[in-house]
Design a protein around this ligand. Sequence first.
Ligand SMILES: [Zn+2]
Length: 380
Amino acid sequence: MKKLLFATAFALFLFNHVQAQDSAYARSIVKALSSERMYGRGASYHGDSIAAEFLANEMKRIGLLPLQVNYKQYYTYDCYSLEGPISLSINGTELEPFAQYRVYSTARQATPAKLEKAKWKKQLKDDMWLIGVEQLDTYSPIVGPERKDPVCVEILDTLIPKRVRKIKAEIPVQFRHNYKSQNVVGYVRGVIDSMIVFTAHYDHCGTMGDGVIFPGAHDNASGVAAVMDLARMAAAQKPYYTMVFMLFSGEESGLKGSKYAAENPLIDYNKVKFLCNIDLFCGGDDGIMIFNAKSEKTKPLYDQIKSLNDETHAAKEIRARDNSANSDHYWFSNYCPSIFLLTMGQPYGGYHEPADKCESCGLGHYNAYMQMIKRLAFLD
Ligand SMILES: [Zn+2]
């Protein structure tokens, strides 16, 4: 009996130990990617390239084979960066970037209709307007120049004095034509050629001038951490399926990296059993949501995840959604069964906010969810 108790205790210790190891590795990746030296992993200060270098080195270190020289698939796109000092003052009162004003992306740029509707507006430069709004919208990087509309700086209505005498603005928006970025890709050869692909975007919103860095722990250092953890497990064994790991940039600027990867394939889509994209993995109190879970090609995969969950009770709920161009799986869904998995609910620090930090990233359901994903990928 004593022996049995000891054996049980030892097994439990091992189980917990292995689990702790998983999330400790994931945490280390989230911490590195969301650190200030990555500049929010966008175009500002080439933060995306700094992150790519880190991830390529990590892929090499854990034993992945490169799918491209140095694990990097280069491509270019047009975008903006916001580097250098940023400031805005009205009648001599300095305003706080992000909390009180934000420099916005294409969707919210100063279109003629938007300018017409604005109750209060002021032209700052030829291509830049300051607009009063009731509520600041969710931040995302400026993309372009598919549209020629000027950049839009939004400020809370309540902060605009009755008589505006003097506006002083330094908004360091720089257009980057053919900005060079890269996806980071590696694989582990399996027993068979048939492939399972895991993807995540490693880029985030960059900086809004030197005053604001977006750490992007939840979005999506956490998804990258999960993919790298799976990569590490695959590299430590001979997996049954060939395992491919793709980390994209340009997601926050309109799914740029994944579009390029999907249209310039490094793998044979006919051999892909399924592709699983992970984006926003810190939370999970409310369960898991799966996009593109209802098509003929992907419904069996959703059913499999659901039955794994019925067995393990890892997630409160596994919710199925139709396909949507809301993350990197989207372009691949034309070619192979592709789903997008995200966690619903807390704990995480914020969405597209400076508060989305590593410390606020709970990873509270990480081990339980990863157990399920590992089984899905035959890595258990
Ligand atoms: Zn995002």
